[in-house]
Design a protein around this ligand. Structure first.
Ligand SMILES: [Zn+2]
Length: 316
């Protein structure tokens, strides 16, 4: 079976998008992945400096509570010991891992149809300009992704509704990062915008908008599965919500299949961000999982073909 990966990124190196695409395709060939949804990541150092200084960091610490002190101590200790260095490192990493919309679109063009691009919300632009991005690249990109952590936005914020309307009108997907993110975004106060429950209102209001909840609400190095239960609740109430399995332990994927059925679960590798694992390693975990062949076929390929097809994307 040829696999479709619904969540991958362009490697940060080599910098040239065409060369990065070639590297991605080589990893896909080794893993038996025919097509990949490749997600752009727009970040903003300016926004980071506006939102995060030592005072904001202290506030996030104090709002994070005793549970965080226990489970997220490795992050908290570094913040207490050297907040300036922590801020500097995060700003650097945001810039380092930025893979903008144009780079991802160029990589997809060079891939012979194997890479399917997703735009990133651009926090350096206003809402109107982001809407114009959607309109400009409809038909060339399958959707737009929001990163509530890096973009400091709450996807449930009504201010974003015009963007969701534009996505629905142009038959594009909304993809939302859920769970935590590395470093300071592990703090509860820093990842609360990325809770699947913040999408309840949006999913209910825009029934013709298909939403992909990235990472099943489970992304966290220090507390894997952190908002998994909210994903299940969201999936039970709204048929227009799908889930990708990137950076999620197959234990949670199996649980999601048993609670929601397999139809809306999409395999994702999060390549190249699963440090120490190749795309092939990740695929192998799924091949080895104790699920029926039917379930594997759906999660690894058929659900993706169906959802892409609904949004005008033919897999050839
Ligand atoms: Zn990702």
């Amino acid at each position: 079976m040829e696999i479709i990966d619904f969540h991958m990124h362009l490697p940060p190196k080599p910098e040239d998008p065409t060369e990065a695409a070639a590297r991605l395709l080589t990893a896909m060939d080794k893993a038996g992945v025919s097509h990949g949804v490749v997600i752009a990541l727009e970040t903003s150092s300016r926004l980071f400096r506006v939102k995060m200084d030592k005072k904001a960091l202290r506030k996030a610490l104090s709002e994070s509570g005793i549970h965080a002190v226990m489970s997220k101590w490795s992050v908290i200790r570094r913040i207490i010991e050297n907040p300036d260095k922590v801020l500097e490192e995060h700003e650097y990493l945001l810039a380092e891992h930025r893979r903008g919309n144009l780079q991802v679109l160029r990589a997809a063009e060079a891939s012979g149809g194997r890479l399917i691009p997703v735009l990133s919300y651009n926090p350096d632009m206003g809402l109107e300009e982001n809407i114009r991005l959607v309109e400009k690249y409809k038909g060339r990109a399958i959707g737009m992704k929001l990163f509530p952590t890096f973009h400091f936005i709450n996807p449930g914020d009504k201010k974003l509704y015009p963007l969701y309307e534009a996505l629905a009108d142009n038959n594009m997907l909304l993809i939302v990062h859920t769970g935590c993110d590395p470093g300071i975004w592990e703090l509860p106060a820093m990842c609360r915008n990325a809770r699947p429950s913040s999408l309840e209102g949006v999913a209910g209001r825009y029934r013709d908008l298909d939403i992909v909840v990235a990472h099943l609400g489970s992304y966290s190095l220090l507390e894997p599965g952190i908002f998994f239960h909210e994903s299940i609740q969201l999936g039970r109430s709204h048929g227009n919500v799908y889930f990708d399995t990137s950076a999620v332990d197959t234990y949670f994927v199996g649980k999601a299949v048993s609670k929601l059925g397999a139809e809306r679960i999409l395999f994702g590798s999060d390549y190249p961000y699963m440090v120490g694992l190749t795309m092939r390693d990740i695929v192998c975990e799924y091949i080895r999982a104790q699920w029926s062949y039917e379930v594997k076929k759906m999660v690894l390929r058929e659900n993706a073909i169906r959802l892409l097809g609904l949004h005008g994307w033919k897999i050839v």
